[in-house]
Design a protein around this ligand. Structure first.
Ligand code: MSS
Length: 363
């Protein structure tokens, strides 16, 4: 049983001091704890479960885990062990919940009040979906979507479509997608979707289906509620519908992670993280006066590819006073992190730099 306010059993291995625990199924990394070197430590990475975690026994023999591959010329069920023979790839990418930043909206969007920490950057290793599709004769003719189904056991007496985690994405996303079996160099833990999870670099967290048991190509979007009306951007007060934009690819975003409390006057290193979803982040500007003036920050550390985030730093000499420290990222394609992001019913997609700024008092 979970301790009141503490870590539930399935996440007992996590670093509780680095996390804000919203509920048994939702916990985020504290703003200053995502790491300053480009990668997020596994025991600090956020957790978001829409359903209770499956039993730990499903990770006992990862290679025996079965995944049905449908909507290809030669459909069939393969074990992870068999899939591993088809190819291997590794990619650093940002995993970010659609609702990351919800807590910065002021219209009272329901759901976990995530601040910056429903996001992290990790290295995934797995089987390229493209290699699987190729080995099985290619996608069914005319397929426009890839649908992944989560492996949770659903309770009896409930319409599966009302709760199951099943997400469809445009088929083009499969070019970079993988069935991941490792995270940060260790077998994928149950907490993050072990034994096998779909990873779609550049796409919001919800599309990265955990304990994946089915991968299907076709023309029909999943009929699961999480697809048809959930994870849709819509005006405040409106219900979800399939006509509204789905939380697919992520947008350009950055935030400062250090310092968050009085560093004392003098020379300081102001740093943070920047990414641009399916694009590469190309630069970040930092402001100390709430956006009146900006100075270019510099990326440091390894470039882990277009789907990873970059660490940035700007040196500043701070005299005693109050500073509104903001960061504004630019993507390779030219899009710039906006000042504000419009409120929407469920509080998705917030990347406004003003709300993500920190107030720093230097004594
Ligand atoms: N999968 C499954 N199977 N289940 C669930 O619940 N969730 C989602 C994804 N996937 C789920 C899945 C979400 S929603 C998210 S974010 C993610 O996942 C998270 O992850 P991690 O690992 O961190 O926990 Mo929002 O957009």
């Amino acid at each position: 049983a979970a301790q009141e306010g503490g870590l539930p059993d399935y996440a007992a291995w996590k670093d509780a001091d680095a996390l804000i625990i919203h509920s048994r199924n939702t916990m985020e990394t504290k703003r200053g704890a995502v790491g300053s070197g480009g990668l997020t430590a596994s025991d600090r990475l956020f957790i978001r479960n829409n359903l209770p975690s499956p039993d730990a026994s499903i990770t006992a023999d990862p290679d025996a885990w079965e995944i049905a591959i449908e909507g290809v010329a030669r459909p069939g069920t393969m074990t992870l062990g068999q899939l591993k023979r088809l190819g291997v790839t590794s990619e650093a990418s940002v995993l970010q919940c659609s609702g990351n930043g919800r807590g910065f909206f002021t219209h009272g969007a329901s759901g976990s009040q995530w601040l910056t920490g429903a996001a992290g950057c990790v290295i995934w290793t797995g089987v390229p979906v493209a290699a699987i599709v190729e080995a099985m004769g290619g996608p069914a003719e005319g397929a426009t979507l890839m649908t992944s189904t989560g492996g949770e056991t659903l309770p009896d007496g409930v319409d599966p479509a009302s709760i199951m985690v099943e997400r469809s994405v445009p088929i083009a996303a499969h070019a970079h997608a993988m069935i991941a079996f490792e995270m940060n160099g260790a077998p994928l833990p149950l907490t993050h979707g072990g034994p096998a999870r779909v990873v779609i670099p550049g796409y919001y967290g919800v599309n990265n289906v955990k304990y994946v048991k089915r991968l299907a190509f076709g023309t029909q979007e999943s009929g699961a509620k999480i697809q048809t009306s959930g994870y849709r951007v819509r005006p405040v007060g409106e219900g979800g519908a399939a006509s509204q934009p789905s939380m697919w690819d992520m947008t350009v975003k950055s935030w400062v992670t250090h310092p968050l409390t009085d560093p004392g006057s003098g020379r300081v290193q102001i740093h943070g993280v920047a990414f641009a979803g399916p694009e590469r982040a190309s630069g970040v500007a930092v402001s100390l006066d709430g956006g009146q003036s900006w100075e270019q920050a510099r990326f440091y550390g390894p470039d882990l590819g277009r789907f990873a985030w970059r660490s940035f730093v700007m040196e500043a000499d701070l005299a005693p006073g109050v500073y509104a420290v903001a960061s504004r990222a630019t993507a390779e394609g030219g899009s710039v992190q906006p000042e504000d992001f419009p409120p929407n019913e469920r509080g998705y997609g917030h990347n406004g730099w003003r709300a993500h700024a920190v107030e720093l008092t230097v004594a």
